[in-house]
Design a binder for this molecule. Structure first.
Ligand SMILES: [Fe+2]
Ligand SMILES: [Fe+2]
Length: 165
């Protein structure tokens, strides 16, 4: 199934929507719509995609899909534009999981797995923060898969725009 179709499917998935309902209604989480993460993709859309893919992958394998979906939705709640100098602790790739965790725990009561998923999602870039559960390993792969797709989509869009300029 294509990425776009899968996201359309997520809107019809009542259980998934119920799991992330309080997260997406939160004003801090909504702020992610103001920051781009990979190419033209907003942080919010990236987290939403990761959350839905994690939900499906973990549900299929009999894992804790609720925590996986919630951890996915919050994993990049760092709330700054990493392209803007001095807006954040550097290097972004290493520090943002901790910033996202600090922001998330101010807004929500996180369970240990949600905390774990946020803090370890950059593995293996952050070599020493190894995911300690299957859900965490799944999230690290899905995060990178979504990031790659988002980056490639932006490149494609740029080429098309340049070709028609
Ligand atoms: Fe991240
Ligand atoms: Fe991410």
């Amino acid at each position: 199934m294509r990425y776009r179709d899968l996201l359309a499917q997520s809107r019809e998935d009542k259980e998934f929507q119920e799991i992330i309902k309080d997260l997406v209604a939160n004003p801090e989480v909504q702020k992610m719509k103001n920051f781009r993460v990979h190419g033209y993709t907003t942080c919010y859309f990236h987290c939403y995609s990761v959350a839905y893919y994690c939900y499906l992958a973990c549900k299929k394998r009999g894992l804790d899909y609720k925590s996986a979906a919630r951890g996915g939705m919050l994993h990049d709640l760092y709330l700054y534009d990493w392209r803007v100098k001095n807006s954040h602790l550097r290097p972004h790739a290493f520090t943002h999981p901790f910033t996202a965790y600090q922001n998330a725990k101010k807004q929500f009561k996180l369970n240990w797995m949600e905390k774990e998923l946020i803090l370890t999602h950059m593995w293996p870039v952050t070599f020493f923060t190894i995911p300690l559960c299957y859900e965490g390993i799944i999230l690290t792969f899905i995060d990178k898969k979504c990031a790659f797709y988002e980056f490639m989509s932006s490149l494609r869009y740029r080429f098309i725009r340049a070709a028609h300029a």
